[in-house]
Structure formats: C-alpha cells, structure tokens
Write a protein that binds this ligand. Structure first.
Ligand code: F6R
Length: 229
C-alpha cells in the first residue's frame, strides 16, 4: 500500500481523477468500481472537467457501485443512484446500460462483475471507523456482496442527509471485502477529516475490526490523503 499525502482536497481530487483518466485512456472499456459520499465528489467534478475539456471518453466504460441503501427507491434524493447521477453520470457520456448498482440479487451482481472481466480500478472512500463500502467493523471479513446492518455511528454520520435519524436507512447492500480486493487497482481518497484513519493504517495491523486495513494485502493500492481541507 502506498500512502500519498497531498496538501488539499482539491489536490487529492485532481490526482485521483488523473489516475482514473489514465486508466480509461489506456483501456477505453475499463470497468470501474465507484464510491459515493463526500470524499469522491471532487474527483467526480474533475472527471467531468476532463470529459468536457479534454474529451475523456466514457462511452465504453462500465461501472459498478460499491453499495446502495435498502428500502429507498432509486429516485429518492438520498439514494446512491441519485447521488451518482447528479455528481457524475448525467454529466458524462456513459451509456446507462453500463451503470450497475447492487440490489438483493447479490449473486447476479458478483456474476456481472466477473463477466465484465472484473474491476480494473476501484475508487474508495473510508468511514471514520474504517469501513469501506458498507463493510463495518466485525469479527470477520465478509467476502462477497451482501446485505448489512449499518453501524450506529454510520447511521448518525448519514443523518445529516435526511430529515431525521428515523429516516436514515438501517440496512444496505455492499460489495464484500473479497469483491473489493479482487479489483486490479485500488485508489482510496481520504480528506483531512480522516487523519486518524490514516494514522491507524500506518500501524500496519490488519483486522476485520478496522476493515480498511485489509488493503495492506492489496498489490496495487494507493491511498491519497489530504493533510488539510
Ligand atoms: C459509500 C462508501 C462509504 C464512504 C464512507 C466515507 O459508497 O463506500 O464507505 O466512502 O462512508 O464517506 P465520506 O466520504 O462521506 O466521508
């Protein structure tokens, strides 16, 4: 694992978007794994710029999102589908048939990823408790795409996007740790608010109680950390 420290969120987003653009240019039919949340928003903004300004072509790209809430319709303003449409997909030339989100049919999702040739580049954020996707701290690493109960701390963190705590979904579908680790390349973007996560990672201890630590075992993983906002 390589940890690259940059000065700002803007620099972090620029570097991540550059690495993703290089991936797409070297393999126009790249399969990307994508995350939602505040961490990758800047990366998506820069990718949109690269599309509009430099003609970065998404027409053959396929995407698989990491996770989606249960019990929210796709059209709900807080669904991850809506998030991705607003922050990336509706601004680039990716065909809608190439966009994938996990649902209750976990096996089909895993098969679709496999049949697409596997994920070439997975973009990740990380939770304050070390979760990746919605793989929360646990006694074991969960391998494949599965349904999970969100941790209390995650529900609290997500409450800012909903009218009340009661409205925050309590369950979600997420790619598993094995699904994420099977990606050929991983980029994790972590803003200044994730300094404690980065410090914990530097201890190089791997534990399912701190899911992001599994990335120490990935052969091609870059963590881009912004030291200030
Ligand atoms: C969402 C996801 C989550 C987020 C994490 C950090 O698709 O994968 O693991 O990356 O909750 O969220 P932010 O970036 O909002 O701090």
């Amino acid at each position: 694992m390589q940890i690259v420290t940059v000065k700002s969120y803007d620099e972090m987003s620029n570097l991540a978007s550059k690495m993703i653009a290089e991936q797409i240019k070297s393999k126009p039919d790249s399969v990307l794994g994508l995350a939602t949340g505040s961490s990758p928003v800047g990366t998506y903004e820069k990718l949109i710029k690269r599309h509009k300004r430099d003609g970065l072509d998404f027409s053959c790209v396929t995407t698989f999102n990491l996770d989606e809430y249960c019990d929210l319709s796709r059209k709900h303003p807080q669904s991850y589908y809506t998030f991705m449409m607003e922050n990336l997909f509706s601004h680039i030339n990716i065909p809608s048939k190439n966009i994938n989100f996990p649902d209750d049919n976990f096996e089909k999702y895993e098969k679709k990823i496999k049949n697409s040739g596997g994920i070439d580049l997975q973009l990740l954020g990380v939770g304050h408790n070390g979760h990746i996707g919605f793989n929360e701290p646990d006694d074991v690493f969960h391998n494949k795409t599965h349904k999970i109960q969100l941790a209390e701390s995650t529900i609290r963190a997500n409450a800012r996007f909903f009218n009340s705590m009661d409205d925050v979904p309590k369950t979600a579908i997420t790619m598993g740790i094995g699904t994420i680790m099977a990606a050929k390349k991983i980029i994790l973007v972590a803003g200044a608010d994730k300094a404690s996560v980065i410090n914990e990672l530097k201890k190089e201890t791997v534990s399912p109680q701190f899911p992001v630590s599994i990335l120490h075992y990935h052969p091609n993983c870059t963590i881009i950390h912004a030291s200030s906002s």
